[in-house]
Design a protein around this ligand. Structure first.
Ligand code: SF4
Ligand code: SF4
Length: 233
């Protein structure tokens, strides 16, 4: 059913029930995301797509549009709130981009650039997270995990359907875990898929680090904003 919403003061025609992140992108409005993947079930974990919907703050990836909805994205207070959420992700982990295999291909880094983050306004926590290197072809650089849950919900053992990744613990004790037995049964394609799916440099495919020269990496060719607006993610 065709409906109309107001997007940053502009009337916009779309389909009832469409995802707000997608509707905004189709009409040239970029909403940053980290956990959201178009076409996959919404996770709603990272909240960096927070916008105003009918005057209330909501994670855009969790919103299905309906007729008459009034959405604000491009307002200074909302932009600053999203920037603060990105900063929190940086201070919760240990992110040293120049030495990271995912640099140039990392959604968190790319979105950090897009929102104009320089130095976080919050103190770094320097929480130690031990890396996990026991699986044959995957290692987990836990310091960089943002607990988006993509790997948990989208990567399963191809035979049993069991989860391969899980999040254990809560708060500062939360950590991403991998079932090493199931991980060692993953196909090469599935290992690559998991590493690509991870929006940061936490799931690393062993033996292929730094295989793209500087200047040729994903977000050096096209920004995260351009990719989202051109549906080229
Ligand atoms: S995961 Fe991303 S933000 Fe973190 S160190 Fe690596 S490139 Fe930087
Ligand atoms: S390992 Fe990567 S994909 Fe999995 S929860 Fe952490 S950040 Fe998300």
């Amino acid at each position: 059913m065709s409906i109309q919403i107001t997007l940053d003061g502009r009337p916009v025609s779309t389909q009832a029930g469409a995802n707000l992140v997608d509707v905004a992108a189709e009409h040239g409005v970029y909403i940053p995301t980290l956990c959201y993947l178009k076409g996959k079930p919404c996770l709603g974990t990272c909240r960096i797509c927070s916008v105003s919907v009918n005057g209330r703050i909501a994670a855009a990836c969790t919103v299905s549009v309906s007729d008459g909805m009034i959405v604000a994205v491009d307002e200074p207070a909302l932009a600053d709130m999203r920037k603060a959420l990105i900063e929190m992700l940086f201070i919760e982990g240990n992110h040293n981009c120049p030495s990271c295999e995912k640099s140039g291909r990392c959604d968190l880094q790319a979105v950090g650039y897009d929102v104009g983050m320089l130095v976080p306004r919050f103190p770094y926590r320097f929480t130690p997270h031990q890396r996990e290197v026991g699986a044959e072809r995957i290692w987990l650089e836990r310091d960089r995990c943002i607990f988006c849950q993509r790997c948990v919900d989208y990567i399963h053992d191809q035979h049993s359907g069991q989860k391969i990744f899980t999040i254990k613990g809560r708060g500062s004790n939360a950590r991403i875990e991998i079932d090493k037995t199931l991980a060692d049964q993953m196909s090469a394609e599935q290992v690559r898929e998991a590493a690509e799916l991870c929006p940061v440099g936490c799931i690393i495919e062993k033996g292929v680090g730094f295989n793209r020269p500087i200047g040729e990496r994903k977000f050096e060719i096209k920004s995260v904003r351009q990719r989202a607006l051109e549906d080229d993610v």
